[in-house]
Design a protein around this ligand. Structure first.
Ligand code: SAH
Ligand code: SF4
Length: 365
């Protein structure tokens, strides 16, 4: 087996069969994948990590994804919506700390007033930072014209995970109705790409009912879609969600963690120049989980700059790290953490996806 893994990596023969074999590797062989991915990362995007200060602006959500702790029907979620002034304070903190970019994330709300509010915030962020901060948004499915308005207001990256590229699995983890429609989600991703956003997607790894073949197909989906960025994290069960019922079907959490690292490493090998985030959910499993992801191919980290009092309520999954801290506590901690990976931090840089930049040069945007 071990020569086979070497051969696959050396020959670059990433057929579905081979990807499935790579996803199932044991410790010795998986380290070969990790070493290979680290080399690809160093050569293609350098040993550099870019910060995106994450603002979890609201946990109010109109959807009912079966896996998510802030789904609309979870009556135990303590709902909040941070004021614009407090959001701008968090932005100011990120800017002063020389984080190159911020991410605005929230539950999914679609309304004219929400659209307007975000457009105004985007313009304020641009102004407040003298256009120095890059802006990623992750605000779910929206009509094409809303994506366009936000793009024109200053957002240039969008994160919308496909969650699973297999429609059958998608409908096992979402209600089967108009509000949770696979084709709509796909359409949204297309829309984002057409408008000119750096487009990010990703999946959860280790979901109940998910197979290795599903994961291999997810990697091919991202490649075929020609994404610019990826955020991929382990699925972590939340007791107040319908999917919790299937917790006995899950692989042990450490295995979901390792499998996520393999997915990150393989994606780095398959899509050499994209931006890959080290998801926060990795840190919920292993205190240095994100640093491990950086070592095997990730190059983006999202330090939480949400004011401390709200952090505990943005609980998509259990065991969320750093909920009792304030943004300022994160800065030194992050620097020390990145230090152990041997990478540099791109302070004050946007750290745009090199893949996107090449797409522009080739007239594909
Ligand atoms: N509402 C927006 C953004 C917030 S949710 C959206 O859905 O796009 C951001 C991501 O959190 C989701 O895409 C999902 O992949 C992840 N997430 C939600 N619940 C999770 C869980 N239980 N375990 C791991 N990741 C989860
Ligand atoms: Fe809402 Fe996003 Fe959670 Fe789905 S994943 S319930 S859209 S916050």
């Amino acid at each position: 087996m071990s020569t086979t893994i070497d051969e696959i990596l050396q020959q670059g023969d990433f057929s579905k069969k081979n990807i499935i074999a790579l996803l199932q590797t044991d410790k010795i062989d998986r380290n070969k994948i990790f070493t290979h991915a680290a080399k690809v990362k160093e050569k293609q995007v350098g040993k550099k990590v870019y910060y995106r200060g994450l603002i979890e602006m609201s946990n109010i959500c109109s959807k009912n994804c079966y896996y998510c702790g802030i789904r609309m029907d979870n009556k135990n979620a303590d709902r909040y919506d941070i004021s614009d002034a407090d959001i701008l304070d968090a932005v100011k903190f990120a800017h002063e700390s020389k984080y190159g970019s911020i991410v605005l994330q929230a539950g999914e709300i679609s309304s004219p007033s929400f659209t307007k509010r975000i457009s105004k915030l985007l313009k304020q962020i641009k102004e407040l930072s003298n256009n120095e901060l890059g802006i990623t948004i992750s605000l779910g499915e929206q009509p094409d014209e809303v994506y366009r308005e936000w793009f024109e207001s200053g957002a240039h990256r969008y994160l919308l995970r496909i969650e699973s590229s297999n429609p059958d699995l998608y409908y096992k983890i979402h209600p089967k109705n108009k509000k949770h429609d696979f084709e709509t989600r796909l359409g949204c991703l297309k829309s984002l790409q057409n408008i000119g956003y750096q487009t990010g997607t990703g999946v959860m790894v280790g979901l109940p009912f998910q197979t290795y073949e599903d994961l291999a197909n997810d990697l091919f989906f991202m490649k075929d879609f020609d994404i610019d960025m990826c955020g991929m994290g382990p699925y972590i069960e939340h007791k107040d969600t319908p999917l919790y019922e299937y917790k006995d079907l899950l692989m042990p959490i450490e295995d979901r963690f390792t499998l996520t690292l393999k997915m990150i490493a393989l994606l780095r090998i398959l899509m050499k120049d994209i931006n890959i985030a080290a998801a926060t959910a990795l840190q919920a499993i292993d205190p240095i989980g994100r640093e491990k992801a950086i070592k095997v191919g990730a190059n983006i980290i999202m330090p939480n700059v949400t004011p401390g009092m709200y952090r505990d309520s943005y609980k998509l999954y259990e065991n969320k790290p750093c909920t009792d801290e304030e943004a300022a506590d994160c800065t030194n901690c992050m620097e020390m953490r990145i230090g152990i990976t041997g990478d540099d931090i791109g302070y004050g840089e946007w750290g745009d996806s090199k893949h996107y930049i090449k797409r522009i040069q080739h007239g594909l945007v």
